[in-house]
Ligand binder design. Structure first.
Ligand SMILES: Cc1cc2nc3c(=O)[nH]c(=O)nc-3n(C[C@H](O)[C@H](O)[C@H](O)COP(=O)(O)OP(=O)(O)OC[C@H]3O[C@@H](n4cnc5c(N)ncnc54)[C@H](O)[C@@H]3O)c2cc1C
Length: 387
């Protein structure tokens, strides 16, 4: 017998993070009559993140851009990268969504057809129902968007970072984002600072490592951030917020489920949990948004087929990215990895943007792989079964 607080809906989104929130908003726009329930175990949606993406990530998704507009807390028309060998400004747009903004927009959209349940730890996820302890939510379709996974059986490196939002005592003078300042000491693998100017006196500073292992010594990295700020004469008045990330960067992994259309009992999985992320950056916004647009544009009975079609579309792109990780982590010693990224950032800006969006063309792929290999490549690793 159904308990009095059981719920029936059309779509139940498990996990109230990036994938679920983007999809819920896309559905509000494209299919507002669908009854959607988001179930989150935390006290509120969206955790503590700053999500950034390139303009081309929106282009690759193909529609519903109006849904993203209110989420974008900041947009810059260009950004910089810095290596010992060269510096470059790329005139391609870069956007920021904060957890707080995404949470506010989703909560404001709640009504009779969009319900958010927080503080609800889902204990069982099936294709058409979930349980939260004794409570059950029955849905025409359940989507499992529970986020992080690390099931790559050691076949991965890691992008790990500590980021601090800093209020400076005086204007910092940074005009646009520095996506990679790799002119810093290259200890522990490819290392760079990520610098976002959030206001004339506020910066997000992230010290990032592409490392062989997942241990993150937060206290040491905090000191590195302080030292980087000091080196640039930025005096810190206050640390407003801190975020950390340890994102696996696999070179062997199953991508999104291409057979989901033929498996009626299987649970549709989105976001990180479903393999909808970029293997080289660990970022999931581009594919999460693309999946959200595709599903919101399809009738509910077609969602499995739509997800399978998207999965097939990205499979080849993800293979390319997995191969890049293999090269980066197997052919290059930690101290030499920056040469790979330095070479990458000599490619045309359009190729770089499409690479981040997992939307590369055949010409892009030639540009990525053909030509003189980056300095520092280990020929021994190359010849010992790497091909
Ligand atoms: C600090 C940080 C910064 C990042 N920055 C970027 C970026 O700039 N751009 C980008 O594209 N990617 C970024 N990423 C990577 C990736 O996009 C994020 O991890 C993203 O949040 C993944 O989205 P998701 O919806 O798959 O999972 P999440 O956003 O992690 O959401 C999963 C949700 O499921 C909930 N949950 C888990 N288990 C249960 C359960 N049993 N019951 C109920 N709820 C549950 C969790 O509490 C969580 O809220 C970043 C990652 C981190 C950690």
């Amino acid at each position: 017998m159904a308990a009095s607080n059981d719920i029936t809906c059309d779509v139940c989104l498990v996990g109230g993070g990036l994938q679920s929130c983007l999809l819920a908003l896309a559905l509000r726009h494209a299919q507002p009559s669908l009854r959607v329930v988001i179930v989150e175990r935390g006290d509120e949606l969206c955790g503590n993140h700053t999500w950034c993406f390139h303009d081309h990530d929106m282009v690759a998704a193909g529609g519903l851009r109006a849904v993203l507009a209110p989420l974008i807390a900041q947009r810059w028309a260009a950004h910089d990268v810095r290596f010992d060998s060269h510096r470059r400004t790329l005139a391609t747009g870069y956007n920021l969504i904060s957890s707080a903004r995404l949470r506010d927009v989703v909560m404001a959209a709640c009504d009779a057809t969009l319900q958010v349940l927080v503080g609800c730890h889902v204990t069982k996820v099936a294709a058409d129902y979930v349980t939260i302890g004794e409570r059950r939510i029955t849905a025409s379709l359940v989507m499992d968007n529970r986020g992080a996974r690390d099931d790559f059986a050691g076949q991965c490196g890691y992008q790990k970072f500590v980021g601090q939002e800093l209020e400076c005592t005086t204007p910092h003078g940074v005009e646009r984002p520095i996506l990679m300042d790799a002119t810093v000491d290259q200890r522990l693998g490819y290392r760079f600072f990520y610098v976002l100017p959030l206001s004339p006196t506020r910066l997000l500073l992230e010290d990032t490592y592409y490392s062989d292992h997942s241990v993150l010594d937060v206290a040491t990295v905090r000191n590195e951030i302080a030292a980087y700020a000091h080196q640039h004469n930025w005096t810190i008045a206050k640390i407003e917020r801190e975020e950390t990330g340890i994102l696996p960067l696999p070179w062997a992994a199953d991508g999104p489920d291409v057979a989901i259309a033929d498996e009626p009992g299987a649970v549709l999985r989105g976001g990180y949990r479903g393999g909808w992320f970029h293997p080289v950056t660990g970022y999931s916004f581009p594919l999460a948004w693309r999946l959200a647009v595709a599903l919101a544009s399809a009738p509910l009975p077609n969602w499995r087929a739509t997800a399978a079609a998207q999965a097939r579309r990205v499979a080849g792109q993800q293979q390319l990215a997995l191969r890049m990780n293999w090269m980066l982590f197997q052919w290059f010693k930690p101290l030499q990895r920056h040469h790979v990224l330095a070479r990458f950032y000599r490619l045309p800006a359009t190729t770089i943007e499409r690479f981040y969006a997992l939307d590369t063309t055949a010409v892009d792929r030639l540009r990525l792989f053909v030509g003189r290999p980056p300095r520092g490549m280990s020929w021994r690793a190359f010849w010992s079964g790497a091909l």
